[in-house]
Write a protein that binds this ligand. Structure first.
Ligand code: ATP
Ligand code: MG
Length: 453
């Protein structure tokens, strides 16, 4: 993209309404615009990151063997009357009447609807196991929408639902989700720690929340510092293997890590004192096993191997796709702006032309831009007629991990500068070498596409 043709409404002034750094930076970098409390338009730069995050979620869901579909945002109230949650959900649920005075609601989650789809089409245990998911807008009429996209009222969530014949199989689905979520967050450059959590309105005995440590997090968390040494890395896990998924779950959940809802001082006291940590965290996802809670009330049964009908075992799993933008920025910024991890950056590299209008720099930039695109990279070329300082400030604010700077003096020696946004380190090299280096850096991100199992 050429910046002269893009729509990047960066703000010069500090937005006064923003209390935390990620909200401030998203507004300043022209990523979002508030339309009502907790409701945002996603401007092109914000939309691009949102799509990158969504793409990673889809790829990791495919890797785990989960099937995408799409359910509507509006749901009939009757489904929720069946499960008993229409009344329980309270004021967080946005209730709507259509012209025929029928009750609708803007879905805060989709357990009822997916259970309805399941009971309409699945009859036999032979169709199990099955995990369906979608990435769809949710609405929760939060009492205090705040911190930008972190606590919106309308927000984008990946929510998935597993259907299994036995509790054992459903617990494997639970473990499999925990593993696949670890990989999902790491690809976004985040450490998200699974912590024992509370079931809340969705209910269930087994549940973990994934928390990103950040001072501005809304949850208080307690953990054994050893847990932050764990990384999933590029291990190859067979998601169908009960033992492999179980082993990862045990590795990542055996040390103490809990939110304030489940925190237990007595157990925590058994962790050596020097490893006991109290911190704040941002919840970026949660997984549940809840058994037959919905299948029993809504009549979602299958014929088992012995010919008898049994209610299906279920769990649900959510990732806060739009909240993740805020969480990633909270964990990756400095006083100049955002620093995107390579996995989610809106553009892979910025090109800054120090002397716009000069034949040699213009044609060198055009050539670099075209060559990067030819190699599957997505550059942002600042081709505006502006001061170098202003161009650098914009690039730093919007946080592209790499910058190529092209000026007449360097070009005379066939050199450009390649700068790392996080470290500030700059290296001089030929345009060809800079392109080759970037291609190498982004190889794991661009990598081969994940195939369905
Ligand atoms: P919270 O405790 O933060 O209100 P929750 O536990 O009610 O969240 P879940 O039902 O577990 O949320 O939803 C799955 C994920 O959706 C959460 O982990 C979070 O990342 C995201 N999410 C929930 N509520 C919001 C919101 N109001 N704005 C943005 N993201 C949200
Ligand atoms: Mg939750």
């Amino acid at each position: 993209m050429r910046l002269s043709r893009y729509f990047l409404p960066v703000l010069k002034e500090e937005p006064k309404e923003a209390q935390i750094v990620s909200h401030r930076l998203m507004l300043r970098a022209g990523m979002i615009k508030q339309q009502a409390a907790g409701i945002y338009s996603w401007l092109p730069l914000g939309f691009k990151v949102l799509k990158r995050i969504e793409q990673i979620v889809h790829e990791e869901q495919a890797r785990a063997g989960h099937i995408p579909l799409l359910m509507p945002t509006l749901q009939p109230a009757d489904l929720w009357r069946e499960s008993g949650r229409y009344d329980d959900y309270g004021e967080e649920m946005l209730r709507i009447k259509d012209r025929h005075k029928r009750d609708l609601l803007y879905g805060p989650t989709n357990e009822e609807m997916i259970t309805d789809i399941f009971r309409s089409h699945v009859n036999s245990y032979k169709d199990l196991p099955l995990t369906l998911y979608h990435v769809q807008w949710k609405f929760r009429d939060e009492i205090r929408p705040r911190f930008g996209v972190m606590r919106g009222r309308e927000f984008l969530m990946k929510d998935g639902y597993n259907f299994d014949l036995t509790k054992e199989a459903a617990l494997h689905a639970y473990n499999r989700h925990l593993v696949s979520y670890l990989r999902t967050y790491e690809r976004m450059g985040l450490q998200a720690i699974p912590m024992r959590a509370d079931g809340g309105p969705i209910g269930g005995d087994y549940t973990h929340e994934f928390l990103v440590l950040a001072e501005t997090g809304e949850s208080e968390v307690f953990y054994d510092s050893q847990i932050t040494d764990l990384t999933f890395g590029d291990r190859q896990i067979d998601y169908d293997s009960v033992e492999e998924c179980q082993a990862v779950l045990e590795e990542f959940t055996s040390r103490y890590a809990r939110t304030d809802e489940t925190h237990d001082e007595a157990i925590f006291a058994q962790v050596p004192e020097e490893r006991r940590r109290t911190a704040r965290g941002i919840e970026v996802g949660q997984i549940f096993y809840f058994g037959t809670k919905y299948s029993e009330s809504m009549g979602a049964t299958v014929v088992g191997p012995d010919g008898a009908r049994v209610p299906v075992e279920m769990g649900s799993h959510g990732i806060g796709v739009s909240r993740l933008l805020g969480a990633i920025i909270e964990a990756n910024h400095d006083d100049k702006g955002i620093i995107w991890p390579e996995g989610v950056t809106p553009f892979h590299v910025g090109i800054v032309n120090l002397k716009q209008g000069d034949n040699s720099t213009d044609s060198a930039c055009d050539a670099i831009y075209a060559e990067l695109q030819a190699r599957g990279l997505d550059p942002l070329y600042d081709d505006r007629d502006d001061r170098a300082g202003a161009k650098f400030a914009t690039m730093d604010l919007i946080g592209l991990p790499w910058r190529i700077t092209v000026g007449p003096r360097g070009l005379a020696a066939n050199k450009v500068e390649l700068t790392n946004r996080r470290t500030g380190a700059t290296e001089e090299m030929s345009p060809k070498d800079a392109i080759a280096r970037l291609e190498q850096i982004y190889q794991p991100v661009l990598g081969p596409k994940v195939q369905d199992k």
